[in-house]
Design a protein around this ligand. Structure first.
Ligand SMILES: Nc1nc2c(ncn2[C@@H]2O[C@H](COP(=O)(O)OP(=O)(O)O)[C@@H](O)[C@H]2O)c(=O)[nH]1
Ligand SMILES: [Mg+2]
Length: 278
């Protein structure tokens, strides 16, 4: 099971239903993009949800990827339900919503344990892994295979805000939500968390909570403007029109690349968490 750290959803009964009693590891990937100052609180919160085996990873830099196989073998070994008999093979399934890095994790495991390259396609657009592929070997000793899946778990969207968080992380196609709506939510989030990396990144005059004004400045900054002729009673006037959609797209992509700084989108969830209290 794999989830982006910063899209950590509330108790998701789907996980329980889907996984049932099978041993499982929760991989919180893209740790490079997450603000992990409150890592302990995150772990406590997850434990409160009954999720114990948590590994934070960065599959681009192979950070902590080596912890996964020992965790899996430890869990299977200690699970009395799994009388493995003579079988020395492990077969595990990687599940999670689109774009959290399931395929990247498989490739990272292969790099770490087999010194092999890509076996499964990675893509930034949700839905690139379309068909369930055959099992892919990720380790020799112990012999372990993983099944990549095309996001078999649909995001369980409990509220508009959670939907926006998921969309910010690129787990649904942007145009379904609207890039400018998403950019607005991103700006609101950054300001609320007092993360002003965007002001520095785009060289803005200061923090601002008006998305139209921010996108206008971003568009000018990026040269994403066009001249249009406006006919007035006294003659034609040339006006510069900012390309708002292009500015919104750049704002979102810049955030997703981590260039606006690490963010913990679920800070509010953590603060509401009863287990976070001392
Ligand atoms: N910053 C960052 N990006 C990642 C990481 N792992 C995967 N990605 C990127 O996330 C996108 C989706 O990855 P992919 O493996 O296709 O996700 P899947 O849909 O769950 O299989 C790709 O652009 C990856 O390069 C990570 O640890 N950090
Ligand atoms: Mg995939």
């Amino acid at each position: 099971m794999i989830r982006n750290l910063y899209i950590h959803t509330c108790r998701n009964p789907l996980f329980q239903e889907t996984l049932g009693l099978k041993p499982h590891v929760l991989v919180l990937n893209k740790m490079d993009l997450a603000d992990l100052k409150e890592q302990q609180k995150i772990i406590q919160h997850l434990e409160g949800e009954g999720l114990k085996n948590v590994v934070f990873t960065n599959c681009l830099q192979d950070e902590n990827v080596k912890q996964i196989i020992p965790t899996v073998t430890g869990l299977v070994g200690s699970s009395c339900r799994y009388h493995r008999g003579e079988s020395l093979e492990y077969c595990a399934m990687v599940i999670g919503i689109p774009n959290v890095g399931k395929s990247s994790l498989i490739n990272a495991l292969r790099r770490q344990h087999l010194r092999k390259g890509k076996a499964t396609r990675v893509g930034g657009e949700p839905g690139i892994t379309r068909a369930v592929m055959s099992r892919i070997q990720v380790c020799e000793r112990p012999l372990m295979f993983l099944l990549d899946t095309p996001g078999v778990l649909a995001p369980r969207i409990e509220s508009v805000e959670m939907g926006l968080k998921l969309a910010l992380c690129g787990t649904v196609l942007d145009h379904l939500v609207g890039e400018e709506t998403l950019a607005d939510y991103l700006l609101y989030t950054l300001n609320r968390h007092q993360l002003f990396g965007y002001v520095r990144h785009y060289g803005l005059g200061g923090a601002c909570d008006d998305i139209a004004s921010v996108l206008k400045q971003v568009a000018v900054r990026l040269g994403k403007t066009q001249k249009v002729k406006v006919l007035t009673g006294t003659g034609d006037v040339n006006v510069i029109q900012p390309n708002y959609p292009a500015a919104a797209r750049d704002f979102l992509q810049t955030f997703r690349r981590g260039l606006l700084g690490p963010v913990m989108l679920d800070r509010d969830v953590l603060q509401r968490s009863p287990v976070a209290e001392p």
